[in-house]
Design a protein around this ligand. Structure first.
Ligand code: NAI
Ligand code: 15L
Length: 268
């Protein structure tokens, strides 16, 4: 049966806030979880991913988890270790103990961020391209994908790992023309990931059907995802303001954008 009650971790964040407004249209009842209070949602669970008892209670009885909580940018390794690596492990353990059948995991393009961006005419980046994290943050997403594979192989807990590009109301940079996922397409993709049958552990890229797309959406489409949006309508304005991407600039020529320089290591 299709999942109905979904635990949304990271509900107070940017993407969590977008999904709180968009996912109920698909018929979900959302249970909210975040370390920070969720504005206007007194029933939200305010707890850290380090709190294993709170996590166990939070996942009890849900049909699936949409796991967005975590540090969403580069940070010192110790912080990434606590929130993203140990936190995601704690969530998977709670889900295994409570028999939750599926997790949709917010992975990131930064798990493969050091992959060179395809130039015009070159092939799209396949989903099985070797992992090339661009940050400790990207490394934590790479860990999350491996954790998901382990929990599928060993415990039969299913995951769709979504390597999200940039999910914001509008693209704000030229790189984002290639990796943007409109919030509406984000909701379509998460809905497909929550409802597709027999996903095992499936890894997908998360973006709209952008004219300047860098990666292959085949595995996302195989879940039933049909993107409706394209960033191209923003292209003329962004390129007029910022110029075309410069292939000599590492922050322009890799999937991960400026994360490859974070902290700055390139002499330019
Ligand atoms: P955000 O930083 O706005 O929200 C993350 C939320 O997680 C925050 O509300 C924060 O309080 C919560 N959180 C952090 N550590 C926690 C902990 N230890 N315990 C409980 N809650 C904790 O990030 P955003 O943009 O909403 O992203 C959501 C998820 O999607 C993140 O996992 C991020 O890595 C991933 N993602 C987002 C992309 C985007 O374009 N927005 C792109 C790729 C991945
Ligand atoms: C991410 O993983 C971040 O969470 C988000 O804030 C954006 O920076 C996005 O990637 C991106 O690559 O644009």
């Amino acid at each position: 049966p299709a999942p109905r009650t979904v635990l949304l971790t990271g509900a107070a964040g940017g993407l969590g806030t977008l999904m709180r407004s968009l996912l109920p249209e698909y018929g979900y009842t959302l249970r909210l979880f975040d370390a920070r209070p969720v504005e206007g949602e007194p029933d939200a669970i305010t707890a850290d991913l380090a709190d294993t008892a709170a996590l166990r209670e939070a996942v009890h009885g849900v049909d699936a988890v949409l796991h967005l909580a975590g540090i969403s940018l580069e940070a010192p390794f110790e912080k990434i270790l606590k929130a993203n690596i140990e936190g995601t492990y704690n969530l998977y353990e709670a889900a295994r103990e409570e028999g939750v059948p599926r997790i949709v995991f917010a992975s990131s393009n930064h798990a493969v961020g050091f992959t060179p961006a395809p130039r015009a005419g070159e092939a799209l980046i396949p989903i099985d391209t070797p992992r090339r994290p661009d940050t400790f943050y990207g490394l934590s997403k790479s860990f999350g994908e491996d954790l998901a594979q382990l929990y599928w192989d060993k415990h039969g807990l299913e995951t769709v790992s979504v390597r999200i590009g940039s999910c914001f109301p509008e693209p704000t940079g030229v790189r984002m023309l290639s990796v943007w996922m409109s919030p509406a397409d984000g909701a379509r993709l998460f809905h497909a990931a929550l409802t597709a049958e027999q996903v095992g552990h499936t890894v997908v890229y998360g973006s709209s059907a952008n004219t300047r797309l860098w990666w292959d959406l085949t595995t996302a489409r195989a879940l039933g995802y049909e993107p409706q949006d394209d960033s191209e309508s923003y292209a003329a304005k962004l390129i007029a303001e910022q110029g075309e991407l410069d292939p000599r600039n590492p922050a322009h020529s890799h999937l991960g954008g400026h994360f490859v320089n974070d902290p700055p290591i390139w002499p330019y």
